[in-house]
Design a protein around this ligand. Structure first.
Ligand code: SGN
Ligand code: CA
Length: 536
């Protein structure tokens, strides 16, 4: 062949290759990145985008200010591992089987990260997953074993276990930003799960935030001294009262030595030792020096004042100690979310990255005298949710539809143009995110909580929630129904199930609840199966 002809063929080949590559690049840059940020037990009451009564969270608020804030987002089962399994599988807990923190997770199930990985996304997971030690579908992971630790935490990684010196919230962020910056293939879109341990119990802030927040005083919720009148047995028998179920050492950070010196406030001194020295014992000498200054002042105050306090004063003091530590851990989350958003801004990633901020469930911050979660009642049932996607979501918008953690997988898959498996049970939130509310026709969500008998003693229950009402059935060792009028009684102080004025509502919702159970494939047989699995 003549050199001229060879040249022509080569040039044509080069042009065709270039066209093909640029096409590919075009597609690649179009697919959005997903940054899924989730904290553990972060109450919406402690995010200033929802309410600034307790704390200002300017960085988390940026996501809402530049995107959409969901005011009626909720979970299907308000406890950690079940919620996470729902997020991964897009199924209710009775289907994926991780109905409580104890039951094993069947790792053969399809999870949304696997689908992203298959579709050519770069995938990673950093922080708290809670279960398993080998999450599927992520190119790289560094996860905390189980609940993890705040101080000098251990990590399970693709390459073996390791311990990192420092404060967990800062470290998880370093790992996540480090992966974005140095480890991923920047030509491909990414899906990263950036999962904070904070603000999970026992609330150990960083030394700096500990010092700052113990100087603060927080407003009390109206129902701090709730006596659970007009509620059922479940609320009366739950063990999550700030005064009576929070532990002195484990939660309020009273040293076991202080308790002994005071003549021992309670018999379980061993528990106090573990509760205090478990977390504190992980600190190195210089970290301890910083914690000690604050701990000394808390302990001195307690020693001098506790014996003189009335029951009411004791509750108030314990509530303040609780809020100081809980909110201090959140302040670190907020700072670190700020670092992450700054990284996206500085690296041109903001426009085409969907940023989600949520929690694995809500939490009680003294409402009804409680801490913890589990109940279908609002503070634990609702969860914070805000989504930013500058290319598609109008900044500063709010949405009050009944959306659930069940919907996340299908939302992310649709955003990435990946087909969702038929057996996922949620709805993509994309129409809502784009402002097409008319395409959304869900008016009720389903809820089912199982972990009983167990810590905090919240009875098994399932229910239906609409914007107006909440109908709940507590079962197993009781058979009680409750109905709340969400509009007239937002604090859920009055069970109106037996109020004749609500007879029609009860009738209608009972049928609707039965239909929801059929729709989501839950049943009496499954309730019984899970009781037997749990109690044997
Ligand atoms: C621990 C906590 C409980 C909490 C469960 C479940 N106690 O047992 O207060 O309800 O986790 O939380 S503590 O000893 O760690 O303080 S969950 O978020 O993992 O479901
Ligand atoms: Ca949790």
């Amino acid at each position: 062949m003549k050199p001229m002809k060879i040249n022509l063929i080569l040039t044509a080949f080069l042009i065709l290759t270039l066209i093909a590559c640029s096409k590919e690049n075009k597609i690649e840059t179009k697919r959005p990145n997903i940054l899924f940020i989730m904290s553990d037990d972060h109450a919406y009451q402690a995010i200033s985008a929802y309410s600034d009564k307790l704390i200002k969270t300017p960085n988390i608020d940026r996501i809402a200010d530049q995107g959409m804030l969901f005011t009626n987002a909720c979970v299907g089962n308000s406890i950690c591992a079940p919620s996470r399994a729902t997020i991964l599988t897009g199924k209710h807990t009775h289907i994926h089987g991780k109905i409580d923190n104890r039951m094993p997770f069947d790792t053969l199930q399809v999870t949304f990260p696997q689908l992203f990985q298959k579709a050519g996304y770069q995938t990673a997971m950093f922080g708290k997953l809670h279960f398993g030690n080998n999450p599927k579908g992520v190119d790289e992971f560094m996860i905390l074993p189980g609940q993890g630790h705040y101080i000098n935490p251990d990590f399970i990684t693709n390459k073996g276990d390791t311990t990192i010196t420092g404060y967990v919230t800062d470290i998880i962020t370093d790992l996540a930003i480090g992966w974005l910056d140095k480890k991923r293939d920047k030509k491909k879109p990414f899906m990263m799960m950036y999962l904070h341990k904070a603000p999970h119990r026992p609330w150990w802030p960083s030394p700096e935030k500990f010092k700052e927040f113990t100087k603060k005083k927080f407003p009390e919720p109206e129902s701090l001294f709730d006596d659970y009148a007009n509620r059922g047995t479940a609320a009366k028998t739950a063990e999550m009262n700030v005064l009576t179920h929070m532990m002195y050492s484990h939660d309020s950070k009273i040293r076991p030595e202080t308790i002994i010196a005071m003549g021992g406030v309670a018999p379980e001194i061993e528990e106090y030792k573990n509760g205090f020295y478990g977390p504190y014992g992980r600190a190195n000498e210089s970290q301890r020096e910083q914690y000690d200054i604050v701990l000394d002042s808390i302990n001195n105050f307690f020693k001098e004042n506790w014996p003189k306090m009335t029951t009411e004063e004791k509750m108030k003091w314990k509530y303040q100690r609780y809020m100081q530590d809980y909110l201090a851990t959140i302040s670190s989350v907020d700072d670190n979310v700020g670092r992450m958003l700054d990284y996206l801004d500085a690296n041109g990633l903001t426009e085409n990255t969907i940023v989600i901020y949520t929690s694995d469930q809500g939490f009680y911050l003294g409402e009804h005298g409680w801490f913890d979660k589990r109940f279908i009642y609002d503070e634990s049932f609702k969860t914070p949710l805000m989504i930013r996607w500058p290319n598609e979501i109008k900044a500063g918008t709010t949405n009050d539809e009944m959306v659930q953690n069940l919907d996340f997988a299908q939302t992310f898959l649709e955003a990435a143009g990946i087909e969702a498996p038929d057996d996922m049970q949620g709805e993509s939130l994309i129409p809502l995110m784009k402002g097409n509310t008319e395409k959304w026709n869900r008016d009720a969500v389903y809820y089912h909580y199982y972990e009983y008998p167990a810590v905090h003693m919240v009875k098994r229950h399932y229910g239906i929630v609409t914007k107006e009402y909440k109908l709940v059935h507590f079962y197993y060792d009781v058979d009680e129904w409750e109905l709340y009028d969400r509009k007239k009684d937002p604090q859920e102080m009055n069970n109106v199930y037996n109020d004749a004025a609500y007879a029609d509502v009860v009738k209608e919702l009972t049928i609707k609840l039965a239909n929801l159970r059929v729709q989501y494939k839950d049943s009496k047989e499954l309730d019984q199966k899970y009781i037997e699995m749990y109690t044997k």
